[in-house]
Design a protein around this ligand. Structure first.
Ligand SMILES: Cc1cc2nc3c(=O)[nH]c(=O)nc-3n(C[C@H](O)[C@H](O)[C@H](O)COP(=O)(O)OP(=O)(O)OC[C@H]3O[C@@H](n4cnc5c(N)ncnc54)[C@H](O)[C@@H]3O)c2cc1C
Length: 428
């Protein structure tokens, strides 16, 4: 497949590239018994997989297990911090999945998986039988990685806001309460973690808010790594839009946070103790708990899979998609999770018919907003090779570093188009 970056962005805006390219052909119609697929997690990966399973084969019995009645998307949750979106505008529900597509949605939590018996036990007591299982639980945090940090601290004083919802509301409230001249500390983890550009988009949108309302304030990014996604584009934008407001300190300059004191609102790095008025700690991460507890993850904390079908290499019959899986160079993004959900759905339909899955193409684009009319992006198309998932050469790329105002404005527009299309594709 040969696709230019410009054409690719057009596809994104029109919603076409939301598909996992090339995996849906040749599934055929021959089908005998009613097979049961259970999907754990109704986020970007799981909700996509559930819907596309029914789209590909309406005769399947598909059960989606998700405790939350409404799913708040992390994408665009940073925008809430700048007053550019409301929480309502980033909230999705499951009504269409059941009424339009016939997915059985169960408001419950999966507590254990028995791969020998092919069953999933739910917190409410139900036991679900499956012929194939998809697990898309997102991330969990390594709470013990930063001394003094814990779930309680995150909920009370130092939010991570890396699972959108009450954490986003808390961080937003703290920013609104902060005095002019205050310091916001943003502390991202080392790779790999959910949404590599997320902390830096966050810094940009917070700066947008502060410039308008509290212009004497500062943002200090204390990073556990020495480089980050779209770095040159972000830093160029910061100099232009928010001169002197955002400082980034990488690991080599003592950026890595080792401990926090939530009462004193301080963080401790290798070099010093720093005080923040708002402290956003984004802890290191691992696969969501159910994947971890069910033996789907390896020593890395993530779940290895066969890249053609996203079937676990540790537990046959179970497919792991989204942030929880190891997907080579694909970032942990909502777009990637959704793309993987389509690949897993198509593979399962074929496997249940005794056919081999076809080798897929996968796609991702991550847009980041630096200000309402200033967007940047990174895009990638991926294929399967002997080494696993690899990027198709010359397929994606970054916003050019010398992009003009028109292009940056267009990227911001594409970002909105991307969001509207993907949430419609998944929950619409
Ligand atoms: C600030 C921020 C900005 C982001 N911006 C973007 C962006 O612009 N573009 C982009 O593509 N990505 C973005 N992302 C990344 C994106 O949110 C994730 O990559 C994506 O949500 C991963 O999808 P998932 O299905 O793996 O997990 P999730 O979307 O987290 O879904 C997991 C679901 O599983 C459920 N669950 C967990 N355990 C169980 C269980 N035991 N039983 C039942 N259900 C369970 C959870 O309730 C949850 O709803 C952003 C992330 C952040 C933090």
């Amino acid at each position: 497949m040969n696709i230019s970056r410009r054409d690719f962005n057009k596809l994104i805006v029109s919603g076409i590239a939301g598909s996992a390219l090339g995996v849906f052909g040749g599934i055929g119609n021959a089908y005998a018994a009613k097979n049961r697929v259970v999907v754990i997690g109704g986020g970007f990966g799981g909700a996509t997989a559930a819907k596309y399973l029914k789209k590909l084969d309406p005769s399947l019995s598909v059960t989606l297990v998700e405790p939350k009645a409404a799913y708040i998307t992390c994408p665009f949750s940073n925008w809430v911090l700048g007053g550019l979106k409301t929480m309502e505008e980033i909230t999705q529900t499951y009504g269409n999945l059941s009424s339009r597509y016939g997915v059985k949605v169960m408001a419950d939590t999966a507590v254990s998986i028995d791969t020998a018996r092919s069953t999933v036990t739910l917190k409410g007591g139900a036991v679900l039988n499956y012929d194939r299982l998809i697990v898309s639980p997102g991330i969990d945090f390594k709470w013990d990685a930063i001394q003094g940090y814990s779930q309680e601290v995150a909920e009370a004083t130092m939010p991570h806001a890396f699972q959108a919802g009450p954490q986003t509301v808390l961080l937003n409230r703290q920013l609104q309460m902060m005095k002019d001249g205050g310091t916001v500390l943003i502390c991202p983890p080392a790779n790999p973690f959910r949404c590599p550009p997320g902390p830096y988009e966050r810094a940009s949108i917070i700066a947008y808010y502060l410039k308008e309302h509290k212009p004497k304030s500062k943002i200090l990014i204390l990073d556990a790594k020495d480089k980050f996604s779209k770095q040159a584009l972000f830093q160029k934008g910061w100099e232009r839009l928010y001169p002197g407001m955002i400082e980034w300190r990488g690991a080599a300059k003592g950026g890595k946070v080792q401990a926090v004191d939530s009462a004193a609102m301080t963080v401790t790095t290798e070099l010093e103790v720093l005080k923040g008025d708002v402290v956003n700690i984004i802890p290191p991460q691992k696969a969501g708990r159910i994947a971890f507890d069910s033996g789907l993850s390896d020593a890395s904390g993530w779940c290895p899979v066969n890249p053609v079908s996203f079937e676990s290499t540790l537990r046959p019959g179970v497919h792991v998609i989204g942030d929880a899986c190891v997907a080579g160079p694909m970032p942990k993004s909502g777009f990637a999770a959704s793309s993987q959900g389509k690949v897993a759905a198509a593979a399962i339909v074929r496997l249940l018919r005794g056919k081999q899955p076809v080798s897929p193409s996968l796609v991702n684009t991550c847009y980041s907003l630096l200000a309402p009319g200033y967007g940047i992006s990174v895009a990638g198309v991926y294929k399967i090779s002997a080494e696993g998932i690899v990027e198709v050469p010359n397929s994606g790329g970054l916003t050019p570093i010398d992009a003009g105002d028109d292009q940056l404005m267009q990227e911001a527009m594409y970002a909105r188009g991307w969001y509207n299309n993907i949430v419609k594709d998944i929950w619409g």
